[in-house]
Design a protein. Structure first.
Lengths: 125, 125
DNA sequence: ACTACTATTGCAACATTGTCGCAATAATAT
DNA sequence: ATATTATTGCGACAATGTTGCAATAGTAGT
């Protein structure tokens, strides 16, 4: 299936690029008016399929999306931790990769690792 | 707030104990008839508050609960990974703890780490 | 430019999940 | 027994993410 370039897709990508944090569909909806919720999800999921972004599931069950800056380019995966601040609720990608070893016979798929607590800014207050 | 012993709570605890995997409220509802969904969640959350169980958020955003067998007793935390099979959907606790280091100024809270893929049984097929 | 193909979008509807307020019930201590 | 209050059930709710369908609009080929 070949991707097409659409204004909507470009807008979502622009927002993703402009953010230092992983964002939820809500953030996107707040930044673009007149874009359907279903469309946002479809675009974001397409980005994930294409290896452009990755998805983080937060402790509240919500999905956050971030561009793949810290991810390995070759042998693409997302074995880094994320951090969500309980106060400002921002989700950020950590640089350091996690070593993952699976039991015999298991096959790897995805990794979703999230720490929570207080970020540098919020803990200082 | 002092806890009380109720039949409902005991039933939920019995089910938790009988399972080798982390379970969702659904599993409990399937095993006990006539118990309210809200009540299940309240009981499970109370178990978590009391350090009896811990909560795992899966990639579908659903909450799973497991008794604290593998968790550290002293200085109680849950720094172990979990694994959910994409086929049988079971969620299990891994034994090995993860080393977690936070950036300067951050304060730790919780860790939610989930691997997904195929478990030993399902990968064999 | 025109056309055909089909990826993408918007809309509406839906299932599901987890939470909350409130009144009724029942566990606990006196 | 009685008083206190933790727990439960019920109903309602908001929110999230997905899907089917018809309409729209990229894209490639002529």
């Amino acid at each position: 299936m070949k991707r097409r370039n659409t204004p909507t897709k470009e807008k979502v990508l622009t927002i993703l690029k402009s953010q230092d944090y992983a964002i939820s569909h809500e953030t996107i909806a707040d930044n673009i008016i007149d874009i359907n919720r279903a469309t946002i999800y479809r675009i974001l999921n397409r980005f994930c399929e294409d290896g452009l972004a990755h998805k983080i599931v937060a402790e509240n069950g919500k999905q956050y999306f971030a561009l793949c800056k810290t991810c390995e380019v070759k042998d693409h995966h997302h074995n880094h931790l994320h951090f969500q601040c309980n106060n400002c609720e921002k989700v950020e990608c950590f640089k350091s990769e996690i070593n993952i070893s699976l039991p015999e016979g298991y096959s790897v798929g995805n990794f979703n690792g999230l720490l929570s607590g207080l970020c540098g800014n919020c803990a200082a207050d």
